[in-house]
Design a protein around this ligand. Structure first.
Ligand code: ZN
Length: 439
């Protein structure tokens, strides 16, 4: 961070103020450049870009400002700032976004631009007074890897092949599931992009208030929840068009599930649905909580594909270690199968961050991940194929324990075991796997 006592050399970032006209943009820029909060803004924005932050969160309380970066979905604390310098910085940020810098209570939203290392960036800023002070959220437009298919999300080739084989069935219900709010649209798009949509007619029935991005060769049909419409209002007319496959990103109610099951039974159609849940097995319970007819649901369901997002270890600085026989036994990995596990890089304890004379030394951090130890994310996929045993449990005593027991009889690989495959490959660490499985 900038040291106020010394003249500060600013990092080579160029900021672009926002405003409705060229004059206002120029005036805003002229106002911010000499402002006392400008250097701190430059340092903060550069740090956010370099560390690949998606969100910068600043919470203003009476005495201080806490600053956090969200990187690969995980919050990282930065050193807190004193309120006075934080206020100066915020005034500069607001002016850059053509907002009223004196307004500290009402919600304001704007944006501004930046250029760093020949790349342009946009920052969207939202400020809002809260009980403790003010909350400021800066979102970056960090370019993201194009995610189009399940392979892009990291599914194992064998699991993908098994899923694609299931998708070739002419009838039945296949469910996608992920944690609530955890990449539903991406999973939905990549899942449907990974099945053959070219030899059969696909239709998607979606709420007009929550449209999924369009998918090639999947025709969108919308219902309006504001006038109490549900997918059921669109299904009869859709069936007249003789579709082969229908996709419902929101199962909405038990009534809808029942209609899906009836259509599968009577007209031999295939359906895809989405339900938020913590695992493939829990997805079944989530659907049952909508109170459909359990027997009809058991008969129709053919598979569940669940995805959990995990951070990948930085390949430039991950630390190999020998897993103990006890650890391997606990994870169910035969001895000799895996030689090395990997852990994230961690700085040495403070007492070791000194030279022989006891003077503090700077510990170099990995330039790729900036010492975070992780770089990018991937999906852990769990594919549950519905067996006769599982159907029996759904009909009679659907509990997580009973479903788990029935699934393991059929050789089902749990989400945890799929995660251990990634640990054994060195893609992620045990700690990271435990963190995401606890969610
Ligand atoms: Zn690294």
């Amino acid at each position: 961070m900038s040291d106020k006592a010394q003249p500060v050399e600013l990092p080579p970032i160029t900021l672009f103020a926002d405003g409705p006209t060229e004059e206002i943009r120029e005036a805003n820029m002229e106002a911010v450049t000499p402002s006392p909060g400008f250097p701190d803004c430059c340092f903060l924005l550069v740090e956010a870009i370099v560390k690949r932050a998606d969100i910068i969160l600043m919470d203003y309380t009476r005495d201080q400002v806490t600053v956090r970066f969200q990187i690969d979905g995980v919050w990282h604390d930065l050193p807190p700032r004193d309120r006075a310098s934080g206020d100066l910085m915020l005034a500069t940020l607001k002016k850059l976004a053509n907002l009223d810098f004196q307004e500290r209570r009402n919600r304001q939203k704007g944006e501004f631009g930046a250029e760093w290392m020949t790349k342009t960036h946009r920052f969207e800023i939202t400020s809002q007074g809260v009980r403790t002070g003010e909350r400021v959220v800066l979102r970056t437009d960090r370019p993201k890897k194009k995610l189009e298919k399940l392979e892009d999300l990291g599914i194992r080739p064998k699991l993908l092949a098994a899923f694609q084989e299931l998708s070739e069935a002419s009838e039945g219900l296949i469910l996608f599931s992920s944690l609530p709010g955890d990449g539903k649209s991406t999973l939905w798009r990549c899942g449907l992009n990974s099945v053959d949509r070219f030899t059969r007619d696909y239709y998607s029935i979606e709420s007009q208030d929550a449209l999924e991005p369009e998918i090639i060769n999947v025709a969108q049909i919308t219902f309006d929840p504001n006038i109490d419409e549900t997918p059921l209002d669109k299904l009869p007319q859709l069936l007249l068009r003789q579709p082969d496959v229908m996709c419902l990103p929101d199962l909405v109610s038990g009534e809808v599930v029942n209609e899906v099951c009836t259509t599968i039974r009577d007209q031999q159609k295939q359906f895809y649905g989405y339900i938020p849940s913590r695992s493939a097995l829990e997805a079944i319970l989530r659907v049952l909580s909508l109170k459909p007819d359990p027997a009809a649901f058991a008969e129709s369901l053919s598979a569940v594909l669940h995805e959990r997002i995990v951070r990948k270890l930085c390949e430039d600085c991950r630390q190999p270690y020998d897993p103990s026989p006890q650890m391997l036994a606990k994870l169910g990995i035969p001895t000799g199968r895996v030689q090395k596990f990997y852990d994230e890089w961690r700085p040495p304890p403070p007492e070791e961050q000194v030279d022989e004379k006891g003077n503090p030394i700077e510990i170099p951090v990995c330039p790729k991940c900036n010492g975070i130890g992780y770089y990018g994310r991937t999906g852990i996929f769990e594919l549950l194929v519905i067996t006769e045993e599982i159907r029996e449990v759904i009909r009679k005593k659907p509990s997580l324990d009973a479903l788990t027991a029935a699934a393991s009889k059929g050789g089902h690989i749990s989400l945890k075991d799929e995660g251990i495959v990634l640990v054994a490959k060195g893609t992620t660490s045990i700690q990271e796997l435990q963190r995401v499985l606890k969610k």
